[in-house]
Design a protein around this ligand. Sequence first.
Ligand code: ADP
Ligand code: MG
Length: 617
Amino acid sequence: MADIIQLLPDHVANQIAAGEVVQRPASVVKELMENAIDAEATLVKLIIKEAGKTLIQVVDNGVGMSETDARLSFERHATSKIRQAEDLFSLNTKGFRGEALASIAAIAHVEMTTRPENRDVATQIKIEGSKVNSQEIVAAPKGTAIAVKNLFYNIPARRNFLKSNQVELRHIIDEFQRVALAHPNIAFNMYHNGAELFNLPVSNHRQRIVGIFGPKTNEKLVPVDEETDLVTITGFVGKPDFAKKSRGEQFFFVNDRFIKSPYLNHAINNAFDGLLKDKVHPSYFLYLSVNPKSIDINIHPTKTEIKFDDEHALYAILRSAVKHSLGQFNVAPVLDFDRDATMDTPYSYQEKKPSNPSISVDANFNPFAETVEKNPSVKKHTYRKADTASWESLYVGVESKSVGIPIDFNEIELESDEVTGSLFEQKTKEDQSTTYQLHNKYLVSKIKSGMLIIDQNRAHQRVLYEKLLEQMTLKGGISQQLLFPLSLDFSTADVALIASVKENLENTGFIFSKMEGDTVEITGIPFNITESQVRLIIDQLLSDFQNEVPDAIFSQVDLMAKSIAKSTAIKTGMSLSVTEQESLVNDLFACKEPTLAPDNRPAFITISMDELERKFL
Ligand code: ADP
Ligand code: MG
């Protein structure tokens, strides 16, 4: 039989390798930025167009490359960073596999200009799909500039697989932030479609964190410092009262490399034990330095896991260091850091004057009275009647309708309504209502076949969600003009995110007058929300975007509608007037999908007469 095994041509092998190294534009950003850092740059610029789909450019002022090195750098396994296997155990560069540039050049149009300090001229190489098209001598400053254009131009399947620009940009920003946070001693700039997203001068760790996450972050940071034989830990944890619903601000760096470690994350959570509310995550920016020999860094380029020799000890040290900091900085739980909505005055009562509570005592109540024992189904009713009668007896001669009227079913039905209502005021007309609010949480209503129990919060979310979806697609939101513009501060990345969904927000009624740097200025808001809700709505939106990155325009609109509906819906704990209850029920049943809240949990349940009757068996 003839030999059948052949060596793959280089460009094919490179394309296969590229599949591993380059998954999306953000992978290229990571590799190029890491190369710039390995080249000892003190200034790194990242320039992106269309979320990296058309251009990713990294410009550094590092050591540059000679003509030969420039050419060699695109070969597979060409690296200046290790020479022998042992070097792997004392690694202090980001790269070492010599695969990144070869992989990138296999699947994009790449142009590199590079000049080392000791040469007068620079080398410029143009390469497409692993094929060198030109190599020239040009004038250029010291350092390296690499432009990667039309990523995946020769692998349409991969190109089509890319997510929306908003999603890809989010990934790029994540990579940029990780690298920038790890190296505060290097200045970084990032531009997207010509707009500057980040401008980070050389600084320290604290300033770098603030530079990225916004000026408000500063007061939230609690320093952590610990030095042991095994590890040196520096950095910050966020105060518990600033913990977020999203995991967005959790960073571990080991020897200046961003890593993910569920195990060490657990150590932090453990240190925060008892200080956090449910479902929030502490933020942290922790820098661990360990002996390079004690970790296995031979990880895959796109992976961020790492293996430590002594993970258990590390866990314990980290936990106690964080605990110590939280204790030392007197970060005790703050009782009132997030108001419990159930404690708020129900809005229908906010305007009302307080009235003295009334206590009614049934002077005639006799537990041994025959009526009570004989007829338990009207027990309560009977003794309330007696009560009324006894008061009325004080005003002899005043006409009383209630005395002597036979007890009928309707009155029994309404009894509990009056008991709750009487805490504040007598409801008169409302007694005829078709709905009844139970524990400020459910609306109970009679239907032909039995009863309907509606969750007021979920029902309102459904109503708002459908309305918002319609507004965003048909652009029908009505605005109310604010008297004074509302200026809100966010991190630059968050402002970029808000900018990317600006149009959708405008469709719901928001009017933005400014959106730059870390400030958003708002001059109009949707008519059905209040000014004080704006911050909450946007924060919720940002957190939802971080937790669940939408991957298409449709799901972006959907996510926004869900998020805004969630933050503006009637909450559990709000008391609703009968008119409000009725309009909510009507609105719900005018919805396309009244049965479910936007998160697919039931908005109401029904209990049939049959079911009820069975319970009485
Ligand atoms: P690795 O980083 O794993 O060595 P790369 O493919 O990323 O592999 O880069 C190959 C080589 O090209 C590097 O080892 C380095 O010598 C050189 N190089 C890449 N980018 C730069 C840069 N920005 N400045 C100077 N040298 C660079
Ligand atoms: Mg590299």
